[in-house]
Unconditional design. Structure first.
Length: 203
């Protein structure tokens, strides 16, 4: 925008000649000084005050994505008990016989008490007992492990080591070939500290 320049001497001379021949509308306003002041105000209007500077934008606080989210609570899976794992194995024997066995209505034909033995001693004893019962034509036997306080051998083990290990041995070769079903015993036969082992028929 071009800035207006002030009155030149030629402008002032021209205006003074016009003012001498013109009659003012207001009789009280006479004289060249008043007319010149009015003309100067028209030609050069009062300067406009500069506009205030725009407000500076405020700095945003630093943030990161998800900073307000609550930390997720870790979910720790509870380890399955031997009874829960056996229940998921499925039924591989007659349902009626299994129901009677689970209710403690069937009497085991033989029993083996492993309570108090270490894992090293219990493994061969279980193998001998199961194979001997199968060869004799027995079908339902009871293996007692006890709920256990841990194996006191040279290496530390979790409490109830036999209770966790015996089902694994029964489902592994060579015992898996003669064992048909393994379930937790009824409370009258030892409950969680014992297992019903239902054997296959001899070939």
């Amino acid at each position: 925008m071009r800035r207006r320049r002030g009155l030149t001497p030629e402008d002032r001379d021209l205006w003074s000649r016009v003012a001498r021949t013109a009659e003012p509308l207001d009789p009280k306003r006479k004289g060249q000084a008043a007319d010149l002041a009015a003309f100067s105000a028209f030609v050069a209007p009062p300067a406009v005050a500069p506009a205030a500077a725009p407000p500076q934008p405020q700095a945003m606080p630093r943030f990161r994505i998800g900073q307000a989210a609550k930390p997720a609570t870790p979910v720790v899976a509870r380890p399955q008990t031997p009874a829960e794992r056996l229940a998921q194995a499925g039924l591989r024997m007659d349902a009626r016989t299994h129901r009677k066995m689970s209710q403690g209505k069937l009497r085991p034909e033989a029993r083996l008490d492993l309570h108090g033995l270490t894992l090293a001693a219990a493994g061969p004893e279980l193998l001998r007992f199961i194979l001997s019962c199968h060869a004799s034509g027995l079908r339902l036997v009871l293996v007692i492990t006890g709920k256990g306080r841990g194996d006191h051998g040279p290496l530390p083990t979790r409490p109830g080591a036999l209770r966790h290990q015996v089902p694994y041995w029964l489902h592994s070769p060579p015992l898996a070939a003669v064992v048909q079903q393994v379930t937790t015993a009824h409370f009258r036969h030892g409950g969680d500290g014992a297992y019903y082992v239902y054997l296959r028929r001899p070939q």
